[in-house]
Design a protein around this ligand. Structure first.
Ligand code: GLA
Length: 372
């Protein structure tokens, strides 16, 4: 049935190597696009309707291209409608089409299935309307869908990684300027292993928005002392001097942001010079800070990280993404990957009572278009 479509347009899920909860503070992040993707099969249908179907669901939903703002509460279709809505709002053509979706990014995994759906939806529409694929522009429209349609006040990292990823590279992305440097991921005798703790997600959006508000409060206070636009501009030395003006949790959240930004610089330098041990150490420090200062890990992710680090083959491990569930990313001796995975799965199962999932994924291109 897929052969009856005109194009297959895909966009990636992502893993963030380091730089967590700093994108919305104007910091640098270091994500990579994955071979786990959302695929959209698309053909124009000459009407004013967009017919949605899924390879994994029996639902069929039709959207009216003149009323794209009306589907906010329609399960499965809301992210797609929101993306087309944001694309149309930005002045682009949206035409009637049949779209078949196949999401290969596990839902609720913290690997950004929603960004993959948003970005591939827009890229598919751009393809059939002969609109040039400007990937950063597509990422920005997808982010708008997430913020204004789905109500999650997210940063730009996920949509940017999903759109602009390059095979074999991680993106060192400055979220205040969108300047992006593609850095080859060369890990020597190590590999990345992504494991989902499989904790059922709940309240992620509200806790996420709460953290964002706390960093905004920190910024407001520090702006009375320093000429800064973003929290990520605060150096460790400045924080040592002015951090005392922040209280309690707001101090902790800001401290995480300032030190995490420093770790991103060190981690990208370590990757470029092939110093994988240092990279591993920085991953561990990032996790500890997300656990103790930012408080977004939880028992399941902490157990998974500890289980990873108790393996002799692992030199660094951290949660990746928003947290409160989802995945860890670990640096593991390639030759001993399967021993590592067995020991982590066993230790986690023993402690938590259900098994985690280990994903096989490569670092891949973001948006891809295939003519069928
Ligand atoms: C989610 C958001 C991103 C980013 C991460 C945390 O994935 O969508 O914008 O804030 O959390 O780093």
């Amino acid at each position: 049935m897929k052969d009856n479509y005109q194009y297959k347009v895909s966009a990636s899920g992502r893993v963030n190597l380091i730089g967590e909860h700093v994108d919305y503070c104007g910091g640098k992040v270091f994500p990579a696009a994955l071979s786990l993707k959302n695929d959209v099969y698309i053909r124009p249908n000459g009407t004013d309707k967009i017919n949605l179907s899924w390879t994994t669901l029996n639902d069929k939903i039709t959207l009216d291209i003149h009323r794209l703002d009306e589907y906010k509460n329609v399960k499965y279709a809301n992210y797609i409608a929101g993306s087309l809505w944001a694309w149309q709002k930005a002045g682009n053509r949206v035409i009637g089409a049949d779209m078949l979706f196949e999401c290969r990014v596990p839902f609720g995994s913290g690997l950004s299935s929603s960004a993959a759906i948003e970005v591939s939806t827009i890229a598919a529409m751009a393809t059939i309307t002969n609109t040039p694929l400007d990937k950063p522009v597509i990422a920005l429209a997808a982010q708008r869908a997430e913020r204004e349609y789905a109500g999650v006040n997210c940063g730009i990292m996920d949509q940017y990684a999903s759109a602009c990823g390059v095979k074999g590279h991680a993106m060192l992305l400055d979220c205040s300027t969108l300047f992006c440097e593609q850095v080859p991921v060369d890990l020597g005798e190590y590999s990345l292993v992504i494991i989902n703790c499989n904790k059922p997600h709940n309240l992620v959006e509200s806790k996420y928005n709460e953290r964002r508000a706390e960093t905004e409060e920190a910024l407001k206070i520090l702006q009375t002392k320093l000429p800064i636009k973003n929290l990520a501009e605060v150096t460790i030395e400045q924080f040592d001097e002015y951090g005392r003006f922040l209280n309690g949790k707001v101090f902790d959240r800001a401290k995480h942001v300032v030190f995490e930004c420093d770790r991103v610089n060190k981690a990208s330098a370590a990757m470029k010079s092939g110093d994988i041990k240092t990279l591993g150490k920085l991953l561990n420090e990032s996790h500890n800070s997300l656990r103790d200062l930012y408080e977004v890990t939880g028992r399941e992710l902490d157990t998974l990280q500890k289980a990873a680090l108790s393996s002799p083959y692992c030199i660094g491990s951290r949660m990746t993404g928003a947290g409160f569930g989802g995945c860890t990313v670990s640096l593991v001796k390639t030759a001993n990957k399967s021993d590592f995975e067995t020991s982590v799965v066993d230790a986690y199962l023993k402690e938590i009572g259900y098994a985690p999932s280990v994903y096989e994924a490569e670092i891949d291109d973001g948006i891809t278009v295939e003519k069928l």
